[in-house]
Design a protein. Structure first.
Length: 91
């Protein structure tokens, strides 16, 4: 298994997902998707300052944020916005 790559603030990343069965989650996913079928990925993010952060994606995927081994509750999300490449944002 590879260590999850670290990402920074205010950067755009292209992420290649792996077979879900090959991903070692640090916390059980917050949504059941039916076993190990499909794909998944992990990223590490260590913000410089405490605060609210937004994760924006160009595809319809499930996002969990984990801090200290616990799932972080989402403050909100928007999906399928009519803004071109933005598909979903989670705050």
């Amino acid at each position: 298994m590879h260590r999850a790559p670290k990402v920074g603030e205010d950067e755009l990343y292209a992420v290649t997902l792996a077979r879900r069965a090959d991903v070692a989650f640090v916390h059980a996913p917050g949504k059941s998707v039916g076993g190990n079928a499909g794909t998944a990925g992990l990223l590490r993010f260590h913000p410089k300052h405490a605060g609210l952060y937004r994760i924006t994606l160009d595809a319809g995927v499930w996002i969990d944020v984990v801090n200290g081994g616990q799932l972080v509750d989402s403050n909100g999300f928007r999906g399928r916005q009519p803004c071109g490449p933005i598909h979903k944002s989670v705050e």
